[in-house]
Design a protein around this ligand. Structure first.
Ligand code: PMP
Ligand code: GLN
Length: 379
């Protein structure tokens, strides 16, 4: 039987493809973004504690009230704002939050502007809703948004703008004036914003994270998405959350209740408690900055040239001094022949690009980073 595909253009996500290739070749996996070290024992103890206490049945649909309250307290403390616990919905990772946010508001023919390279889940979800993805392309090596060019993509059909800050895959952050420019673009319109801030705590060199929550004109129209997996080194737990004003949260939960209903109960109890200690997340930028520096320092022996990484746990490397192959081919060969898996950046664009950059993930033990750089220095 032939089933007409709802997403004919879509194959298997690059993260699955490259991690499998890394596995098949026994390569050091700097492709898919996840730490190769464990999360805090204290957090694991808390989960075990709540499981043995019998917190093993459905959590409330929107999330455990204790966790909603801890999250509201945390963001209010971090960004000097006034989020209410009931504006927080706990999700099965940021991926599900992104899915809910887009599907709850995008209808047939609506236009959604995204900044490419874009995290790979945005566009297929827009398309599933019958929406039209409009891309603003960032280009190597500086990858800076020119907001007046960006504004030209806005039409009467624009329903949503998606931003990602700090940005995966390019590792850049948005400054205050970027958010102010976005504010000017949406002011007086009914355009919504979806802000993917999963790397909010991973910013380097004393930079500041400018959440859309800090800008009233953006906050009142935004879904803001976060992931505990990134902050607490447990991507496999798949717990995240979405903050949005009441009228958006209402629509968000209409979808949420039917695609997941509720999220892992003992983990929610544990996170509610663990979040109360600020030092459990405030040192994350310094932690990853040191990894970026160790890796970048060791990579000086290689012919791959680093682009600046201001946040996230990724850094782009230019390989034009080594090869003129397309990045997909270079990344495949790097894995198979040199034993290090990377992500080709062109896959995050809708148009064909040939920037000769790959993304490397430095969320790894120092030992693995040094091993990878030594393998890469042979290329
Ligand atoms: N957004 C971005 C930018 C990401 O890098 C990721 C991957 N970690 C996600 C969303 C999805 O996060 P989660 O694993 O919590 O679903
Ligand atoms: N966010 C991770 C990355 O960018 C991967 C997430 C996934 O595998 N879906 O590598």
């Amino acid at each position: 039987m032939i089933v007409p595909s709802k997403l004919p253009q879509v194959g298997t996500t690059i993260f699955t493809v490259m991690s499998k290739l890394a596995h098949d070749h026994g390569a050091v996996n700097l492709s898919q973004g996840f730490p190769n070290f464990d999360c805090d024992d204290e957090l694991k103890r808390l989960v075990a504690h709540y499981m043995s206490e019998g917190k093993n049945q459905y959590a409330p649909m929107a999330g455990l009230p204790e966790l909603q309250a801890s999250i509201a307290a945390k963001v209010n403390d971090s960004y000097s704002i006034d989020v209410l616990p009931d504006e927080v919905t706990i999700t099965a990772g940021a991926t599900q939050a992104l899915y809910n946010a887009i599907t709850s508001v995008i209808k047939q023919g609506d236009e959604v502007i995204m900044i490419e390279p874009a995290y790979d889940s945005y566009k297929p979800v827009i398309q599933l809703c019958g929406g039209i993805a409009r891309s603003y392309e960032l280009t190597a090596p500086d990858y800076k948004v020119n907001w007046s060019s960006f504004a030209r993509l806005v039409t009467s059909k624009t329903r949503m703008i998606i931003i990602n800050n700090p940005h995966n895959p390019i590792g850049k952050i948005m400054e205050k004036d970027d958010l102010e420019a976005l504010e000017r673009i949406v002011k007086g319109t009914d355009i919504l914003v979806l802000s993917d801030e999963v790397y909010e705590h991973i910013v380097f060199d004393n930079r500041e994270h400018w959440s859309v929550l800090r800008f009233p004109e953006l906050r009142k129209r935004s879904f803001v998405v976060y992931s505990f997996g990134k902050t607490f080194h447990n991507t496999g737990w798949k717990v995240g959350y979405c903050i949005a004003p009441d009228y958006l949260t209402k629509e968000f939960r209409k979808i949420h209740q039917f695609n997941v209903f509720s999220v892992n109960t003992p983990v929610q109890y544990a996170l509610a408690e663990y979040l109360k200690k600020r030092s459990n997340y405030t040192g994350l930028g310094r932690f990853y900055q040191s990894k970026r520096d160790i890796f970048q320092g060791a990579m000086q022996q290689s012919r791959l040239i680093p682009l600046s990484s201001e946040g996230s746990y990724f850094q782009l490397y230019d390989y034009s001094a080594i090869s003129d192959e397309p990045d997909t081919e270079f990344a495949r060969r790097l894995t198979a022949e040199f034993g290090v898996a990377a992500i080709p950046v062109s896959v995050f664009y809708s148009t064909k690009r040939d920037d000769k950059v790959i993304r490397l993930c430095f969320a790894k033990t120092d030992e693995v980073l040094l091993e990878a750089s030594s393998l890469l220095s042979k290329v």
